[in-house]
Structure formats: C-alpha cells, structure tokens
Design a protein around this ligand. Structure first.
Ligand SMILES: [Ca+2]
Ligand SMILES: [Ca+2]
Length: 233
C-alpha cells in the first residue's frame, strides 16, 4: 500500500513538472520533454509562459534548445519574451510575421501585441514591414513591435536556422551592469544595456517570461527545450 502511494506521488510529481508553463494557442507538451509552440501548420500561434515571475533585481540566466523547423522557406520564427502586459499570463501578440509577440507595423497600435516588453526574436522569414534582412536572423525587440534597425548576423547572408537541428540559446540578465547578453550556438549574438525595471517596466521588477511563435502562409514545426535555469525570485 505504501509503495503504491509512493509510486502515485512520484507519478504526480513527474506530471507536475511540465505544468511549470502556462500554454496558449497551439502550444503543447511533446514526448521529448520539449514544448511545441507551433505545429507545421499555416496560421498557427503558440505561447508558453513560465509560471513563476522573474525578479529583475536578481541575476537571471536561462539556457534552452530551440528548434525552428526543417524547411528553409518556412516561417515565421520564435521570440523569447519578458513582459508585464496587463493581460498577464494571457497576453499574446499577432500571428504570422509578428510571431505571437508584436503587431503588423510599428505605427499601428491596434491589434494584439505584448507590452511593455522586451524580446529576442529568431526570425526565419523576411518581412519588409519589420525591416528584416533577406536571411534568418536574431534581433532585440521592444514593446510589441517586431520592427528592428539592427540584427545578427550582418554579413552571413545565407544564414539559415530552419536546418532540422536544435540550436542552443542562452539569455543572461545582469542587474548590476543592466546588461543583456544573448548567445546562439555558443556565439554572442546580442549585447545591450538597458534599465529594464525603470525604462521598460515603469518601476516593476516582477515580470513574466516565456516563448512565443507563429506561422503564416508558410510554416514550420517550432519548439523549445529547457537545458538550464538560474533564477531567484
Ligand atoms: Ca530560413
Ligand atoms: Ca520575419
């Protein structure tokens, strides 16, 4: 009897593990301990938020593997988002090129977008409205717009993330220096300084974080898998 109870408890504990995330849209748990954001289906959108808020007064580092599909002409990409949108764990952005995070144009305030926020996008489809280069890229975004002036890589114009492989992604926040650093496959792809608490989140240090993704006319299977997490709340 005791053994049965113990087994039931262990079973319950393992089932609890994935429930660390709030899932929206087509986001779903997979058999490989990863979380699907979108299936390889046109006009899909999925979001996964970690249930525990992040305290930006403390050091934060997460390491994930991300998968952006196997079709080079697929779409649209994944964003890693940190936000304090008033919709909380129900916040979502627009589908297609907006990746479930942003809106159609930086001048267009209607429609769904996540703000206040910052995001790192892994963009696999060129869209002129968002100032995308013709190749896949990584960019820093703010306040629910996918429009960006800068991106990585600058010169590798055949860069492709839809290669049927997992790509390692590390995001680090250092509160003392107010520095954000991002690595992709071991290479530093973004570093910037920003007073996130005061300049972006209006004095609020407790924020929600997770991943968003979507597809449009073109699609890809897109998912992420947790590798390591260092956070204090
Ligand atoms: Ca591509
Ligand atoms: Ca794009």
């Amino acid at each position: 009897m005791r053994i049965l109870l113990l087994l039931a408890l262990i079973g319950a504990w393992f089932k609890e593990l994935p429930a660390q995330y709030v899932l929206i849209g087509q986001a779903a748990y997979m058999n490989n301990d990863c979380i699907q954001l979108t299936p390889d289906v046109a006009y899909s959108e999925g979001i996964a938020y970690y249930r525990t808020r992040l305290n930006l007064r403390h050091f934060f580092q997460v390491e994930f593997d991300i998968y952006l599909g196997d079709k080079e002409e697929g779409a649209d990409g994944i964003t890693f988002v940190i936000h304090n949108d008033r919709r909380g764990f129900e916040a979502f952005g627009t589908w297609g090129e907006c990746m479930g995070y942003g809106r159609w144009s930086k001048y267009y305030r209607a429609g769904a977008f996540i703000a206040p926020s910052i995001a790192i996008e892994f963009d696999t489809y060129p869209n002129w409205q968002q100032n995308d280069p013709l190749h896949d890229h990584v960019a820093y975004l703010e306040d629910g717009t996918n429009y960006h002036e800068a991106w990585w890589p600058l010169h590798e114009t055949h860069f492709n993330l839809e290669d049927d492989r997992l790509h390692s992604f590390v995001f680090r926040w250092e509160p003392d220096s107010q520095q954000i650093t991002v690595w992709l496959d071991g290479q530093m792809v973004y570093r910037g300084r920003r007073d996130l608490i005061n300049e972006v989140f209006k004095g609020e240090p407790y924020v929600i974080w997770g991943f968003t993704a979507s597809t449009g006319r073109a699609s890809n299977l897109q998912y992420f898998c947790l590798r390591n997490m260092a956070m204090k709340n």
